[in-house]
Design a protein around this ligand. Structure first.
Ligand code: SAH
Ligand code: SF4
Length: 402
């Protein structure tokens, strides 16, 4: 009897990258949201709406600065734009924010927002304040196609990719809520961004890149690329582009050192194995001892947490000569999860072995567990509707808008 070769076996529940973001539904009021546009795209948008070319160039520059540097959402506040032009702009455009469905605060100060897009998609963002920094954990997709077995988000059906506007919109909303406009380099609470919310950022590459370019622009949100980290579960073919076109810090969700275990817990490993992944890390531009690659390792009881695995981790990172640090994440449980958290003693021992191997391996303190805001706990109610149902609803809505 012929059997399928292992490599060709389908990954349960795995859908290949959504090649393009599903077009966001038009706003009901017919206006265009300017959030997410580069200066050039903003100029084109104004010109297409009928503004003459010279005006469009000047106005695009001004409006862009108001949006990203000053946090303005109202054209009337844009004082260097002729008053007579305000109604023309307001009839055609908005400067939007995601709708906040729910905002929660953890006992440890972590905040979680449930957000909703105009077409009814829910996604989450989390703000983690620390003594010396504040980190915003940003989502790149509604749900995730990758189904890592320990991740709650992975149990959602992917609804859609977020647009660049929805990604940068999370940062804008956080700034609103922290009262951090205009953009200023000193004294901010929001100092760092991690692309570690819902979704796999390298499966939504263009939108993530465009959003992060807006975040990094010195004239706009002005966060340094050194304070931004993109986490990937190992989408090897996109890693070189991420280095070249985005250039932020890289974090890789390694989580296991053998094919057998990684195949089980990060099913993408069946497509891009550990060796290929580590080679892509070694080739990642900009990685050096001052800017190390973070290897995330979720500690799952009796599954990936033995002494032998800690030694193997050191060996592998050395073999590829990686400027590495390891982040040990105690598994954050969720209802029905097939794993348990390693004991604190086990986590400590694992960390010691990696340290003794010359690689820093701090244990990440779980934050916001009481409000399900910790790593891997994000999951919204959107999964209750099937993809087909959402397509139907979107089609109905579009038809109603004509
Ligand atoms: N999709 C990207 C980024 C989002 S997940 C990625 O996988 O890297 C952010 C981090 O949280 C990843 O390292 C992920 O593996 C980890 N994570 C997921 N579920 C977790 C859980 N239940 N407990 C602890 N960490 C988890
Ligand atoms: Fe997706 Fe990352 Fe969760 Fe894996 S860990 S399912 S890639 S969000």
């Amino acid at each position: 009897m012929l059997t399928e070769p292992a490599a060709a076996m389908p990954i349960p529940g795995h859908i290949d990258p959504v090649p393009v973001p599903r077009a966001p539904t038009l706003r009901e009021d017919g206006r265009t949201d300017l959030i997410g546009l580069s200066k050039e795209q903003l100029r084109e948008t104004l010109a297409t709406a009928g503004m003459d070319a010279r005006q469009a160039k000047l106005r695009a520059k001004q409006i862009w600065h108001w949006i990203y540097n000053r946090g303005a959402t109202d054209f009337a506040a844009m004082t260097d734009i002729a008053k007579a032009q305000h109604p023309w702009l307001a009839e055609r455009f908005v400067v939007g924010r995601p709708d906040v469905v729910e905002a929660q605060v953890s006992t440890d100060g972590t905040r979680k927002w449930l957000l909703r897009s105009p077409d009814g998609q829910d996604y989450e963002m989390v703000f983690i304040p620390d003594a010396d920094r504040g980190t915003l954990c940003v989502s790149s997709q509604v749900g995730c196609t990758l189904n890592c077995r320990f991740c709650h988000t992975g149990t959602m059906r992917l609804v859609r990719n977020l647009t660049a506007g929805e990604i940068v919109g999370q940062v804008m909303l956080a700034r609103d809520s922290l009262g951090e406009w205009p953009s200023q380099p000193e004294g901010r609470m929001l100092t760092n961004i991690v692309m570690m919310g819902m979704g796999e950022p390298l499966y939504n590459f263009d939108a993530v890149r465009d959003a992060l370019k807006l975040v990094m622009d010195g004239d706009g949100l002005a966060l340094s690329k050194r304070r931004i980290t993109l986490s990937t579960s190992g989408v090897v073919p996109m890693m070189a582009r991420a280095g070249a076109e985005i250039g932020v810090n890289l974090a890789v969700s390694l989580h296991a050192v053998t094919k057998e275990v990684r195949d089980e817990i990060v099913p993408l490993n069946r497509k891009y194995g550990i060796e290929e992944l580590l080679q892509a890390c070694a080739d990642y531009p900009g990685a050096n001892n001052a800017r190390r690659i973070t290897f995330e390792y979720v500690m799952l009881k009796d599954r990936n947490d033995s002494d032998a695995e800690a030694h193997e981790l050191v060996r592998l990172l050395r073999q590829y000569k990686l400027p590495a640090k390891v982040n040990l994440i105690p598994f954050n449980p969720w209802p029905g999860a097939p794993y348990e958290t390693s004991t604190p003693e086990r986590v400590r021992r694992f960390s010691e072995i990696v340290f003794e191997g010359g690689i820093s391996a701090p244990v990440r303190t779980p934050r916001g567990r009481d409000i399900d805001a910790a790593c891997g706990q994000l999951k919204t109610a959107a999964e209750k509707k099937s993809r087909a149902e959402l397509d139907r609803l979107a089609a109905e809505k579009q038809a109603a808008l004509g």
